[in-house]
Ligand binder design. Structure first.
Ligand code: TXA
Ligand code: MG
Length: 342
């Protein structure tokens, strides 16, 4: 994208450390930047986002550029409330209203037919738009102060591990983001559940923070979209995603994890290490709690990836229910194309 780069106003006052606490002044500063087509690091309850003016094509182009994200992968638009979100949708099925009532603000994204006027860059030219109302108080404060939709993909380079704290945003995107609002560690830790709703059966495009069982309990059976290798029909379905730099291997049992100093083990539950185990362990939840595992997942993956002692990462599937399904999906994609939980 560098040759045809749409240039937003340059930022003259980039600080050495662009991570700031979300004071009222910082929110105003963020609004100012957003109005000028700049991008801002934003805490949400799921993961940190890279936010830009959802209705400004040059701000949207800047998001794709900073993330190095392919233009075929559309963005989620974020709103302060359901009324503002539905205002950009053409048809709103009853199921959408019911799910919004129950899960917004919160980690659910609804994909609906878009109204004219939603920029093509936001939807990658698709006839549908992804809508979400985040619950994090800082996201809410910024959305209200800005007064319009914010496009916000996860604030990582394309294909990499999603950031669940402000420092991880800085590590991922560095100086390219003039301001990162520090809202503390994310309470959910996994991205929102993405659900496509039309006159047909709902389609799960991404498992996430709202377990699919809870959605099915309200609207009946949900169809599951399948991952693909290259240009996805339902975008966001690429097989390789959330990837560490080091190899990640999915194994069936503890016996398959080599007890070597350079082994990084992403563990779960009160599992006993292979004896004697001399690698590095990050336990997602010693107490066997899937919510806690979700909160810790990206942080732990990043910690092992960044640990100089570790050469290769190992993990086993988590229990296939609730948030465990969403974590397993991320594990498979982090392990790369073709990897499946054994
Ligand atoms: O929790 C979240 O959703 C976070 C926070 C920052 O809000 N955002 C996030 O955005 O995860 P991103 O861009 O990393 O993932 C958005 C997903 C992608 O899989 C994308 O393909 C899908 O949503 N998506 C967006 N718009 C779509 C559309 N119009 N049709 C189908 N899928 C869409
Ligand atoms: Mg992402």
């Amino acid at each position: 994208m560098s040759t045809h780069r749409m240039k937003p106003e340059p930022t003259r006052d980039v600080q050495a450390n662009n991570v700031v606490s979300p004071s009222p002044e910082a929110i105003l500063r963020a609004v100012e930047l957003l109005r000028r087509g700049q991008v801002v690091g934003l805490p949400t309850e799921t993961v940190y986002g890279l936010a830009g003016d959802g209705l400004n094509p040059s701000a949207l182009a800047r998001i794709f550029e900073v993330k190095r994200r392919p233009l075929f992968d559309p963005l989620i638009l974020h709103f302060a409330d359901a009324a503002a979100a539905f205002d950009l949708a053409e048809q709103i099925p009853t199921a959408a209203r019911e799910l919004a009532q129950r899960f917004w603000p919160g980690p659910l994204t609804l994909v609906l037919r878009k109204k004219e006027g939603v920029p093509d860059l936001a939807t990658s030219g698709l006839p549908n738009v992804a809508l979400r109302v985040p619950a994090h108080p800082v996201a809410q404060a910024l959305l209200r102060a800005f007064g319009g939709p914010l496009a916000a993909p996860s604030a990582n380079r394309f294909g990499r591990i999603s950031p669940t704290d402000a420092q991880a945003v800085r590590t991922e995107l560095g100086e390219a983001v003039p301001l990162i609002l520090d809202g503390g560690p994310c309470a959910v830790g996994l991205e929102s559940t993405v659900l496509f709703l039309s006159e047909h059966q709902p389609v799960l495009l991404r498992a996430g923070g709202v377990p699919v069982e809870e959605i099915e309990a309200m609207v009946g059976p949900v169809q599951h979209a399948t991952p693909v290798d290259d240009r996805p029909q339902a975008p966001g379905q690429l097989k390789q995603h959330y990837a560490p730099r080091k190899p990640l291997r999915l194994v069936r049992g503890i016996a398959d994890i080599p007890s070597q100093p350079d082994t990084g083990w992403l563990a779960f539950g009160p599992q006993n290490a292979p004896v004697p185990f001399c690698g590095v362990v990050e336990n997602l939840s010693p107490a066997d709690d899937l919510r806690e595992a979700a909160v810790n997942f990206f942080r732990a993956l990043r910690a092992l990836d960044d640990d100089p002692r570790v050469g290769a990462l190992y993990a086993m599937a988590l229990p296939a229910r609730g948030l465990g399904l969403a974590i397993n999906e991320r594990l498979e994609r982090a392990a790369g194309a073709g990897a499946a939980i054994p």
